[in-house]
Design a protein around this ligand. Sequence first.
Ligand SMILES: Cc1cc2nc3c(=O)[nH]c(=O)nc-3n(C[C@H](O)[C@H](O)[C@H](O)COP(=O)(O)O)c2cc1C
Length: 201
Amino acid sequence: MLKPADSLVPLSPAIANRWSPRSFDRVAEISDTDLTAILEAGRWSPSTNNQQPWRFIVAKRGDAHFENLTKNFMGFNATWAPHASALVLVAAVTTNEDGSARPFALYDAGLASAFMTVEANNRGIAVHPIAGFNRDVVKAEYSLPDNFTQTAILVLGKQAPASALIDPALIEREKAPRVRKPLTELVVAGLPVSEDLQISA
Ligand SMILES: Cc1cc2nc3c(=O)[nH]c(=O)nc-3n(C[C@H](O)[C@H](O)[C@H](O)COP(=O)(O)O)c2cc1C
């Protein structure tokens, strides 16, 4: 199912057609090449002073990491997200070696997540980020240090029809239109379009 962005001007397809589905093909597998490409897209993201604070836990359906992560999904994430082909938990190292803070580490980790999302979508792999998982258990399971902040898990897989979700409430959510605040609300100053959102010549 396509839910292209209703943008004022056309966007590149990988951006326009990206959305976060919950219906994933339960048997589709992701190739190591695709998964590596997605991780490489994260690795080659920009970061503050090239600190590259992102760290990843990578899981493929059927392996122990997948089991470790999926058992910690919270709320309704536990019903649909385990059908993914792969998961990438994105963490950020939030301090330098001398203990001083890295105020932009989370920004950098978000950028890496965005790059991975675009690369995945470009390869026909859908991505749904989730923040609803139990970080304390993951932290203990992987002995993550205190300066690792877990951001989101990227749920990756082949999109399936909405009907495969079975739960009517989830199907309705899957089919719901994508909505965004208007640019007039987001751009505090310097909006390049006129009041009525017509593109100026
Ligand atoms: C950091 C982050 C955490 C999110 N956590 C969840 C989540 O736990 N469960 C869920 O179903 N969706 C989650 N989402 C997905 C958002 O709800 C979704 O991106 C948003 O509604 C916009 O929809 P779109 O991505 O389809 O354009 C999360 C998104 C982000 C960026």
